[in-house]
Design a protein around this ligand. Structure first.
Ligand code: G4P
Length: 528
């Protein structure tokens, strides 16, 4: 079967990684504006503020409709179809944020020009590195007091162990920010210092010695620009597409999302450099996006639009083929065929029924709990996609239940919620306590409210003497048994029965690693 390869080649499925407040929401809004998707500036921003205000499950639930539609934003620009996957950021930071990065082909890393690489950015970058996801860097807020751009480039290079090469270079900063020089297209891009949303002015130049530059900028800034660029050309290697696509080099763009400056160049850069849907690794083989048959995997579950029905939407990343509504797909884990009659797609904030979708696109499939994170759908082939792992939680709490008659009920509820992927549950080998793990603290509140609202379980969380959880693995059974015998107090099982070591802190984890060099302590676990 032949399929529209041009539709696949023009797709760019990406996410934005950043530390809270670096400007992800503002940049998202401006990208959508440039993509012609959102008429009204502020639409995305309003959502950002609402998210920040979330404090309990009722509020979370009220906003469900909003957050579902914001999970994927599709827009078109420069002949490309962009799928921007939202990575929940503030209090709604969770394992979903990490797992979304398993469903993209590239990412934009937004950095606050005054702050450089911050903790959350670093964590998200490490998740990208697991799959060598190529990264384009956007240094934001150049209209404010910023750090020296050379210093920032040096920090990116050293902290992330990435080669850096500027794609644009800033001219001045803060009040004196005049714009950028586009080193790839030889263009002078000047900021409109008046209105925030006005498009910057672009002057095509014949290189840096072009007298047009002298005519447009103060002499001191021109001199500095020429010196800087000479230095860059001596210090940085030129942009190398192969190295970028292998995740070894990041092109850097400078700008101000608030003033819509540098956003057009960033989007253009993404269209030109970022990969179209990449082949994906499955248990039996690699699957190419241009293959005729449709295949995809679930990377996120959004729960209970209607709490009485336990409705869930499974977000499926299409890896190959051309999807048509009504297709029958094999749910590989259960072996059952499912008719996908009412899939949804998300065009710039609106949910629409998806009649046609291609590799790289995201489909929302409503279901009653059949689909789990990591599940594969195919047209019949028995294969399972790899690389949609569980991530080790970063916070652990014991679940305290007053009514002992409800222990079984609790177990089922926690397992169901763990399958959705926002939290994890571990059952300790000694005592049988349930320990819940999350990567963002709001998930504890969400979990407590949902257990009460959906399962009628009133629970409390108590602290535990553990900070870290690692899945335990080794080449032979004996090694695991020896380790398990000596560490019973620290062992638990996850919702799939996999063995987990709970460590008091980093020091104890390191000691376990030193004492048992043949045991692997894994921070991620494949879902198959
Ligand atoms: P986030 O999603 O990454 O958390 O960041 P968000 O876009 O919400 O931006 C955080 C703050 O930084 C906002 O200010 C926003 O206006 C500001 N900001 C974003 N990009 C730029 C930029 O290029 N230049 C400048 N000067 N500021 C920028 P706030 O005061 O928190 O919100 P608001 O009251 O302005 O809406």
């Amino acid at each position: 079967m032949s399929i529209e390869t041009s539709a696949i080649e023009s797709r760019r499925t990406f996410a934005i990684i950043s530390h809270p407040d670096a400007g992800k929401t503002t940049l998202t809004e401006k990208l959508l504006l440039f993509g012609g998707a959102v008429q009204q500036a502020g639409a995305v921003k309003a959502r950002g503020d609402q998210r920040r205000a979330r404090s309990d499950w009722m509020k979370v639930e009220q906003e469900r409709g909003i957050s579902v539609t914001a999970s994927v934003m599709t827009f078109e620009a420069d002949g490309c179809t962009f799928n921007l996957l939202d990575t929940p950021g503030h209090e709604d930071f969770s394992e979903d944020t990490y797992r979304t990065l398993t469903a993209v082909d590239s990412a934009i890393m937004v950095i606050d020009a005054a702050k450089g690489i911050e903790t959350r950015t670093l964590k998200l970058f490490e998740v990208c590195r697991l799959r060598d996801v190529p990264i384009v860097t956007f240094v934001n807020k150049m209209d404010r007091e910023a750090r020296d751009p050379f210093e920032l480039m040096d920090e990116i290079e050293k902290t992330l162990a990435l080669d850096v090469t500027p794609a644009t270079w800033p001219i001045g900063q803060g009040r004196d920010f005049h714009g950028c020089y586009d080193l790839i297209h030889d263009e002078l891009i000047l900021i409109d210092r008046g209105a925030g949303n006005k498009l910057p002015e672009i002057e095509k130049c014949a290189g840096l010695d072009d007298p047009k530059i002298d005519a447009r900028l103060p002499a001191a800034l021109v001199e500095k620009l020429r010196e800087d660029v000479e230095m860059i050309r001596g210090l940085c290697q030129p942009f190398d597409e192969e190295s970028y696509r292998a995740g070894h080099l990041t092109p850097v763009f400078f700008g101000s999302a608030l003033r819509s400056f540098g956003v057009r160049e960033l989007l253009q850069g993404l269209g030109e450099m970022a990969p179209s849907p990449r082949p994906a690794k499955a248990t039996t083989r690699m699957v190419a996006p241009t293959e005729g048959k449709v295949a995809g995997f679930v990377f996120k579950i959004q729960a209970n639009m209607d709490k009485n029905h336990r409705d869930r939407v499974a977000f499926v990343r299409l890896v190959s083929g051309e999807f048509k509504r009504g297709m029958k797909m094999k749910h590989v884990r259960s072996g059952r065929m499912l008719a996908i009659n009412n899939p949804v797609q998300f065009m710039a904030g609106d949910r629409e029924t998806a009649d046609l979708a291609y590799a790289g696109d995201i489909l929302g499939i409503p279901n009653h709990g059949t689909l789990r994170i990591g599940d594969t759908l195919t047209e019949g082939e028995d294969l399972a996609f790899l690389g949609v792992p569980s991530f080790a939680p970063e916070m652990l709490r014991r679940v305290k239940l007053d009514d002992p008659m409800k222990v079984k009920h609790l177990r089922r509820a926690l397992e169901q919620l763990a399958e959705e992927g926002a939290s994890q549950v571990f059952r300790r080998q000694i005592g049988g306590d349930y320990v819940v793990g999350v990567v963002g603290p709001l998930q504890f509140d969400v979990l407590k409210s949902r257990l009460l609202a959906e399962y009628g379980l009133d629970i409390e969380f108590e602290s535990v003497p553990f900070e870290l959880a690692r899945w335990v693995d080794a080449d032979d059974k004996k090694t695991i048994e020896t380790f398990a015998d000596a560490n019973k107090m620290n062992l638990a099982e996850d919702h799939d029965g996999a063995l987990v070591y709970l460590a008091r802190n980093q020091w104890y984890l390191q000691r376990a690693k030193d004492d048992y060099p043949n045991v692997r302590f894994l921070a991620t676990r494949e879902q198959i």
